[in-house]
Design a protein around this ligand. Structure first.
Ligand code: CP
Ligand code: NVA
Length: 310
């Protein structure tokens, strides 16, 4: 059966752990893997912009001895002269892996449904699994373990990154507080809350949505935030969103409520003065560039896993 990675919970906790361990090993010995995907090709379909995801997948594939094709939706017949079914069927005849960054989850799911090779979600409106697998590696490296930690997340919580972070917290039996404004547009979707609750019943995780930033930060090991202006949000909403999310900005005062050795994370891109202050993201508790680096190592581990190489 072909495996796809559309959200982090498509993999079991044990599989995530295996991938994280492999990524740590690749990071330590990259040359050992220089021919692991020799003559293999990854197609990368992009409907939204990217720095980290595009460059880490492309570089990762090169370093594994394979080749990656950057393919912008703008240059494709998709949606205009061709449907997802035909794109998936044809691409599967050429390449060994397909990755896609699309706006709508349904499009990603259809791509996976019709593809004859593994499909990797590089970000849709429902998940960002490659990001969160890399983040779990980063947290493990910094804290020594993933067990018994409390993560707090601040700001836009009707959000792909938040959703997979919540799923991951549930799968790993962690405590997580998601702090966001009240309202459907800012809070996690019911479907995600239901999935997280279901997983948490098995693992003992405690994942809560709260509307008080200080309460969420209290006793945290990891303080996490994401952009208030995700890709595709119209620029004219910026001022209104800034106002609504400001009480959830991660600033030095809020960091004081977390544990003294708490780390600050942001998947990036970040805007100083918005979801966090410059003082925090450029300060000693910030690990955002180690976090960004791990995208490279984890992409390699994800591709090797989906190609049945370990
Ligand atoms: N974090 C992340 O996915 O960044 P990009 O949008 O630059 O790929
Ligand atoms: N929530 C952000 C993540 C970017 C990596 C977005 O969708 O733009």
């Amino acid at each position: 059966m072909i495996r796809h990675l559309l959200k982090i919970s498509d993999f079991t906790k044990e599989e995530c752990e295996k991938i994280i361990e492999k990524s740590i090993e690749i990071k330590a010995n990259p040359e050992k893997y220089s021919e692991s995907l020799k003559n293999k090709t990854l197609l990368m379909i992009f409907e939204k912009p990217s720095l980290r995801t595009r460059v880490s997948f492309e570089t990762g594939m090169t370093q594994l001895g394979g080749h990656a094709i950057f393919y912008s939706i703008k240059d494709s017949p998709l949606g205009k002269k061709e449907n997802i079914h035909d794109t998936a069927k044809c691409a599967s005849r050429y390449v060994d892996l397909i990755s896609a960054r699309l706006f709508k989850r349904k499009d990603l799911w259809d791509l996976a449904k019709y593809s004859d090779v593994p499909v990797i979600n590089m970000l849709d409106d429902f998940a960002h699994p490659c990001q969160i697998l890399g983040d779990l590696q980063t947290i493990k490296e910094k804290k020594g373990t993933l067990n018994g930690l409390k993560i707090s997340y601040f700001g836009d919580s009707h959000n792909n990154v938040t959703y997979d972070l919540m799923r991951a917290a549930a799968m790993f039996g962690l405590k997580m507080d998601v702090a966001c404004p009240e309202g459907e547009a800012y809070e996690p979707e019911k479907e995600v809350l239901d999935e997280v609750e279901e997983i948490s019943k098995q693992t003992g995780a405690e994942v809560r949505v709260v509307h008080d930033a200080k309460e969420a930060a209290n006793n945290s090991d990891v303080v996490y935030t994401d952009s208030w202006m995700s890709y595709g949000i119209p620029a004219e909403q910026e001022e209104a969103r800034k106002k609504v999310f400001m009480p959830f900005q991660v600033n030095s005062e809020l960091m004081k409520s977390a544990k003294p050795d708490a780390v600050f994370m942001n998947c990036l891109p970040a805007k100083r003065g918005y979801e966090q202050t410059a003082e925090v993201i450029d300060g000693p508790q910030s690990i955002v560039f180690d976090q960004a680096e791990n995208r490279l190592h984890i992409q390699k581990a994800i591709m090797l896993f989906l190609m049945n190489k370990f």
